[in-house]
Design a protein around this ligand. Sequence first.
Ligand code: ADP
Length: 169
Amino acid sequence: MNKLAIYPGTFDPFTNGHLDIVLRSVRLFDRFIIAITTNAKKTPLFSVPERKELIEKSLPAGNNITVESFDGLLVDYAEKKGCIILIRGLRAVSDFEYELQMALLNRRLKPAIETIFKMPSEEYSFLTSSAVKEIAQLGGCVDGLVPPAVKSALIEKFKINQQSILAKI
Ligand code: ADP
């Protein structure tokens, strides 16, 4: 059987916590898709093509992973791909309620699709994309929290933002 899994998320930006979940999951499947949601509730810092490029740069060489984006319902996208396994990360108890709700709603919409939860290494259990953005914006060090390509992109993004703020003064 050709086993395929989809790991959906906003990935704004991709962190070492996301990477930890990918590396723990990927060896269990023949094919693995990291799927970026385009219908984010909040305005993202990075565009979808930027997020895609940063994820691709952060993955180990010679992998069986593809990075895509999708809009609309996740379960419709999964069905189109012929995929019945969704991967989600569970950091702490605080993630549980939201993730349970999403998993049960998705099951309600498409009963054939299963959600599998993976726990990251505890060093990443506090890590969120929002925290990383806040630290970087305030000039803090994000070493060890994000892959090197993401670190450079954050520095670049906030430099540009600061320049555009200065230009308006
Ligand atoms: P979403 O907006 O779909 O929650 P995120 O990019 O925030 O998108 O997260 C995608 C998935 O990765 C979610 O299941 C989330 O719980 C998981 N995740 C995010 N950060 C971490 C982390 N540090 N460790 C493990 N899982 C994580």
